[in-house]
Design a protein around this ligand. Structure first.
Ligand code: SF4
Length: 167
């Protein structure tokens, strides 16, 4: 399946209840030959408004921190476990995650990243696929709020940058 066909399915998807409160589906974005994929948990209000992932405060913080360590966001495919916003930004329910996971798996199969970076709680829900390296880092929204987590987040992004230099 092409990424365009997959995106269209996501825009029209009603496989769980989340589409009902959403303005836009947020499939994710980035180059199809991306070496790195970043996976968050769910789109927030800014993402829902624009139909794009990680464009709110946390997304800007993530983009800025990646760049500080020489990682360009436009070279990464960024997406979420579920593709529609959840009410009051709550954690997606298990049945919503289950309903939406086939889209993430299809994206992984299309992009074929070498590394998948899991942000915060998305680590528990993302399926592991042989041959892909998984790196877990603190979610940027937590890193922005708590100094210690912010320091750890920077260390983790620095580690990722170092790992990418080895390729
Ligand atoms: S969150 Fe996923 S499964 Fe649920 S309606 Fe949106 S695209 Fe479909």
């Amino acid at each position: 399946m092409s990424i365009e066909a997959l995106n269209l399915e996501i825009y029209n998807c009603k496989k769980c209840r989340l589409w009902q409160g959403a303005k836009h589906g947020v499939p994710g974005e980035g180059p199809l030959n991306a070496m790195v994929m970043i996976v968050g948990q769910n789109p927030g209000a800014d993402e829902d408004e624009l139909g794009r992932p990680f464009v709110g405060r946390a997304g800007k913080y993530l983009t800025k921190t990646l760049l500080e360590f020489g990682i360009k966001r436009e070279e990464i495919f960024i997406t979420n476990i579920v593709k529609h916003i959840s009410p009051k930004n709550r954690k997606p329910f298990d049945d919503e995650v289950r309903a939406c996971l086939p889209y993430l798996i299809a994206q992984i199969r299309i992009i074929k990243p070498q590394i998948i970076v899991l942000l915060g709680a998305s680590a528990k829900e993302t399926p592991r696929i042989d041959g892909i390296e998984y790196v877990q880092i603190i979610h940027p929204s937590a890193a922005m709020r708590f100094t210690k987590m912010g320091e750890k987040f920077r260390e983790q992004v620095a580690g990722l940058a170092k790992r990418l230099q080895q390729n």
